[in-house]
Write a protein that binds this ligand. Structure first.
Ligand SMILES: Nc1ncnc2c1ncn2[C@@H]1O[C@H](COP(=O)(O)OP(=O)(O)OP(=O)(O)O)[C@@H](O)[C@H]1O
Ligand SMILES: Cc1ncc(COP(=O)(O)O)c(N)n1
Length: 309
């Protein structure tokens, strides 16, 4: 008997809103046991990134293999990779032990909400050629999709669908092209291209400055949902006892992997993010909230006491 498990391979955000910290909170909020491999340290808060401190690629791999050698993983989320050297080392390890990573969700982090660069331009080609073909789901935002394809940023939903299909052609089985950057729209639409076709996932725009870490949280939530589904599907493991009941859980039980699993995991991951965004809009962490972008509320699945006034 074991709980659903996941690993995040990402950068550390000292401010706690994005990266490793957002991922581990998201895994926890969705009842998934989280493990991690840190690819870079950042000195970062809601106002921006003050420093990026690299980690030696071999030390990233040491963390990854330490986890792989001991803990079976249902899913893995990859976020900030920081350098071409880390991408190359990771692609080699994933290539040789692909199955051990479980469902692989890649958020191709390139630039932070604050505008700070988190991956040099020169590393894009390596990400596209080496890592993308190994992933199950890739979750680019609009500028990231454009950079991966070397085309202009998609201006409408048709262009987004087209780019999502083109990214599938590069090797990812499922593409979630995120539409959060189309700020004029009242509705936020993510385009999902998958083996069954193209679907549009719509949500009402939350009017908030608290969008730091939304991309990380979405990818981590999708990985967590895959982990839950994988656990729920494993016959006779008794592991269902470990599936915490949370409002945004996707665990359709029975049989082997089913075609609807991708949309179930992505839809439930997105529902979690939407609730976390709405919760984040009501909280204030920074002493200067107008200067930066606060985090989403990862603890939204944890019941809070009603105000006593
Ligand atoms: N204001 C908003 N209201 C509702 N949903 C949003 C909003 N902003 C972003 N989203 C959702 O958040 C997710 C991340 O979208 P976005 O396009 O902003 O990606 P990103 O740029 O990688 O995120 P980040 O802000 O972490 O860099 C998507 O599912 C998107 O639909
Ligand atoms: C360590 C780390 N990873 C990812 C992001 C991107 O998140 P966002 O675009 O919301 O700033 C970040 N800022 N820091």
């Amino acid at each position: 008997m074991r709980p659903p498990t996941s690993m995040t391979i990402a950068g550390s955000d000292s401010g706690g809103g994005a990266g490793i910290q957002a991922d581990l909170k998201t895994f926890t909020a969705l009842g998934v046991y989280g493990t991690s491999a840190i690819t870079a340290l950042t000195a970062q808060n809601t106002r921006g990134v003050q420093a990026v401190i690299p980690i030696d690629p071999q030390d990233v791999i040491r963390q990854v293999t330490s986890v792989l050698d001991d803990i079976p993983l249902d899913a893995t989320k990859i976020g900030m990779l920081a350098s071409a050297e880390v991408i190359a080392a990771l692609a080699e390890t994933i290539g040789s032990r692909r199955v051990a990573f479980g469902h692989l969700v890649l958020d191709p982090v390139m630039v932070a909400t604050s505008g700070d660069v988190l991956l040099p331009d020169t590393a894009t080609e390596l990400l596209r050629e080496r890592l993308l073909p190994l992933t199950h789901v890739i979750t680019p935002n609009l500028p990231e999709a454009a950079r991966l394809l070397d085309v202009p940023v998609a201006a409408d939903l048709d262009a987004m669908a087209d780019q999502a299909e083109q990214l599938r052609d590069l090797g990812a089985e499922v593409v979630v092209l995120k539409g959060g950057h189309r700020e004029a729209e009242e509705e936020v639409v993510d385009v999902v291209a998958h083996p069954g076709g193209v679907d549009l996932l719509r949500a009402e725009r939350v009017h908030t400055r608290g969008t730091h870490g939304t991309g990380c949280t979405l990818a981590a939530a999708i990985a967590a949902q895959y982990a839950r589904i994988a656990r729920a599907r494993t016959p006779g493991n008794g592991g269902l006892r470990f599936l915490a009941t949370t409002p945004d859980a996707a665990d359709e039980i029975g049989g082997a992997q089913a075609p609807g699993d991708d949309l179930a995991a992505i839809g439930a991951g997105r529902d979690f993010l939407q609730r976390a965004l709405r919760g984040g809009a009501e909280q204030q962490l920074s002493v200067a909230p107008q200067d930066g972008h606060g985090p989403v509320d990862h603890l939204i699945t944890i019941a809070r006491r009603e105000a006593e006034d």
